[in-house]
Design a protein around this ligand. Structure first.
Ligand SMILES: [Zn+2]
Length: 330
C-alpha cells in the first residue's frame, strides 16, 4: 500500500475512495461540491457573507430537498450551484461528479455518449454537462502565468484540425481560365505553445498569419524565453522580442533537431490531441473546437497530479464561470 506522507495526500486518497459514493448518492455529491468549491467555509454567493446556514425540512430534520442554504446577512437562499458552471441546469450533482471524474481520470477524455449511457440522461443533457466541464477545465484568458519564465524554452507550432483538404477552383481575374488550388477550406488552424517539460497553451486561431502567430506568442510567452519553431516564414522576426531569441529547425530538409531547436514536444502534443479527438469525439464542430483544446491542455498541464487532485482542480475551475445558453449540437 502506498505510504501516506501528509495531510494533503491523505485528502486526495480520500477523494478517490469517495468517488463511487459521490457519483451515486445525491447528498454525497452535494457535500462533495460544497466542500471543494467552498473549501470548508460556506459562503453566500450574493453578498459573500459566511454567516449562512443549511435549511432543514421541518418534518424530517433532514436537509431541504433542494439542498438550500440561507444567508443571515442578505436573507437570500442559495445552493452550491449558484455562481458556477453548475448553475444553469437541474441535472443532479451526482451526474456532474461522475462526468468531472471521468473527464479528468481518462487519458483521452470521455464522450457525451458515454455520460449519457452511464448516467441515464439525454444526449443533449450529457453534451450540456461536458461543455460546461470543459469550460471549468479551461483557465480564464490572461489568468495563467506566461510560459517559459526564467529563460525557458518554448516550442511553437501550428496544425490544422477537422475536415479534409479540398481542391477548389478559384477564378483568376484577367488570367487564362481557372486555376485549381489546394486550400484547407474546412480545417481549423490551432496554434500551440509548449514549454519543454512544462505547461502547454493552445489556441484556435482565425488564420496562420505572421501577425496572428507573433501577437499570440508575445501575449502568452515570457520575454525571458527562447522561441523554438520550424522555418515557417510567419515566425520571422519573433526573436527580437525575447531575451533567448529565436531558434528554428528546417523541416523541409528533414531536420528535426538542431542544437537546442526542435518542435518535437509541440508536435507530439498535437498528435495526442488529434488521436483523442478522433477516438472519442469523432467530429468536433469548428464552433466548439476551442473547448476540446482547453480540455486537452488541462490534462497535459495536470499530468503530474493524481486523479483526486485533478478532479479538485477541475471542480474549482467551475467557480465564477458561465456558459450562456446556446445550441450545442456536438
Ligand atoms: Zn448573503
Amino acid at each position: 500500500m502506498k505510504k501516506i506522507t501528509n495531510r494533503a495526500n491523505l485528502e486526495q486518497t480520500e477523494i478517490i475512495e469517495q468517488m463511487p459514493e459521490v457519483c451515486s448518492n445525491e447528498l454525497a455529491a452535494v457535500e462533495f461540491f460544497e466542500r471543494r468549491i467552498w473549501n470548508r467555509t460556506p459562503r453566500c454567493p450574493h453578498c459573500q457573507s459566511t454567516n449562512v446556514y443549511q435549511m432543514k425540512d421541518a418534518k424530517t430534520g433532514q436537509r431541504s430537498q433542494r439542498f438550500l442554504w440561507r444567508c443571515h446577512a442578505c436573507e437570500k437562499q442559495f445552493t452550491i450551484r449558484v455562481g458556477t458552471v453548475l448553475e444553469e441546469s437541474r441535472i443532479p450533482l451526482r451526474h456532474w461528479a461522475y462526468a468531472f471524474w471521468r473527464a479528468v481520470a481518462s487519458k483521452k477524455g470521455v464522450s457525451a455518449l458515454e455520460i449519457q449511457r452511464q448516467c441515464q440522461i439525454s444526449y443533449p443533457s450529457a453534451l450540456f454537462l461536458m461543455h460546461r466541464i470543459r469550460l471549468a477545465m479551461t483557465p480564464e484568458p490572461g489568468t495563467s502565468p506566461k510560459l517559459g519564465g526564467l529563460g525557458g524554452m518554448v516550442e511553437c507550432d501550428e496544425t490544422y484540425i477537422g475536415g479534409k483538404p479540398r481542391h477548389v477552383i478559384l477564378p483568376r481575374p484577367g488570367k487564362h481560365g481557372p486555376w485549381p488550388q489546394k486550400i484547407y477550406a474546412d480545417k481549423t488552424p490551432v496554434f500551440g505553445m509548449v514549454e519543454r517539460g512544462g505547461r502547454i497553451h493552445r489556441r484556435v486561431i482565425a488564420s496562420v498569419s505572421g501577425k496572428n502567430l507573433k501577437d499570440t506568442i508575445r501575449e502568452c510567452v515570457d520575454p525571458s524565453a527562447t522561441i523554438s519553431t520550424d522555418q515557417l516564414r510567419a515566425y520571422r522576426g519573433i526573436g527580437k522580442h525575447f531575451d533567448g531569441g529565436h531558434v528554428s529547425v528546417n523541416h523541409t530538409i528533414k531536420q528535426y533537431v538542431r542544437g537546442q531547436a526542435s518542435t518535437n514536444t509541440a508536435e507530439s502534443s498535437f498528435a495526442l490531441l488529434k488521436r483523442g479527438l478522433m477516438g472519442i469525439y469523432h467530429a468536433v464542430s469548428k464552433k466548439h473546437l476551442h473547448r476540446y483544446v482547453g480540455e486537452f491542455d488541462f490534462r497535459w498541464n495536470t499530468r503530474n497530479l493524481n486523479d483526486g487532485e485533478r478532479t479538485v482542480a477541475a471542480v474549482q475551475g467551475a467557480i465564477g464561470k458561465r456558459l450562456d445558453h446556446e445550441t450545442l449540437t456536438r
